[in-house]
Design a protein around this ligand. Sequence first.
Ligand code: NCD
Ligand code: ZN
Ligand code: ZN
Ligand code: ZN
Length: 426
Amino acid sequence: MKTVLKNSQIGDLLFEDGVITKVGGNIDAPGAEEIDCTGKYIMPGVIDAHVHFRSPGHEEKEDWESGSRAALMGGVTTVFDMPNTSPQTITLEALEEKRALAGAKSHVNFGLFFGGTGKNLEEIKRAKGIVGVKVYMGQTTGQTVDETSEFMDGLLRDLFENTERVIAIHAEDEELIKKHNQIYKDDNSPEIHSLIRSDLVSFSACRRAVHLAKKYGGNLHVCHVSTKKEIELLSKYPEVTCEVTPHHLFFTVSDYSRLGNFIKTNPPVRSQNDVDALWEALRNGLVSFVATDHAPHLKVEKERGYWDAPAGVPGVEFALPLMLDSVNNGLLGMEDVVRLMCEGPANVYGVRGKGFLKEGYDADITVVDMDISREVCNEDVVSKCGWTPYAGMTLRGWPVMTFVGGVLMMEGREIVSGNKGKEVVF
Ligand code: NCD
Ligand code: ZN
Ligand code: ZN
Ligand code: ZN
């Protein structure tokens, strides 16, 4: 099967049997299906390197079918799933169980993280084909952390010394969180979330991990960086990679009054000063990529009081439109979006054959229309959670076609194929 995309910003692009075979200029391809992309922008399919698709264990919030359909809507062709499912992906058996689920149901390509607990080093060494090892330094959804900071330091040291893989961390200092929980225990307003999990909570854990990576020579990646303090620290350690989420770019503490626990997430939303530092770090290349931390929770759960509402916000459907809208608003260039959402994650995790529109690369392609304006509505949400914190925002710039492995999967906000994705190779 041959397809040629005609007249995009780079000219034509030809792919055959799931692989890009020619890029640019005017391509004459007899027998190929022609798709007119006049006035459209074509880019590599988005790689969302941080999602929680909840399966196995919490299919009422999301599963590989619903999560991957949501991804397609957002122009996302590859997702990397985190290990805080139920059971957690911390044994070889759980890894194979998730692999089978994703392989059977996912409409996008996928990679799986393995959780590092401090007690499963031997299994980590034997785990094949994983994205990397995820370490939760602080308590978060689906993840209890009873260990001391000393235990955490030992765990990270063992990983840095014993694996070549990327060690991705959720950097929040559990001892500080516990202290702050005591201070605010009689308060029940969502605003306290950003005080309990203060910028120092993130910075403190981030700094410990960075110093250990330096000392023991590990591949450290810091997930969902949210503070100016972390950005300043990481600017001194260019070998440490990091990601930023859309919700930390588009919300601040002033949004609690409107959205309450719907923007309760770990790490929490921050001040405008922090947000400005994140945007600057996106532009100057300090941030390796944007990932959504797509963390669907049900509305009924979010409507509970502060202490009982789970942390996490969904994002896989709207990350690309949010970034494209930012291009239209002059905050970023289109090349920044491609670097931050396609090339960046491919480079950090060493993904084979993805992230670039190059000959020989997989035909994971997203076609975007920079002139479509649409209001984000809860009714349009494909994720099982059925809501989005971005509802009410009008965004200009949307994906109009998503190809996975050369197959047109989404067109004009309709899923048009039931094809399945493949596990990524590193
Ligand atoms: C995530 C979740 O719900 O799985 N929640 C969150 O607040 N970000 C877990 C995580 O990434 O910390
Ligand atoms: Zn996290
Ligand atoms: Zn997460
Ligand atoms: Zn399906």
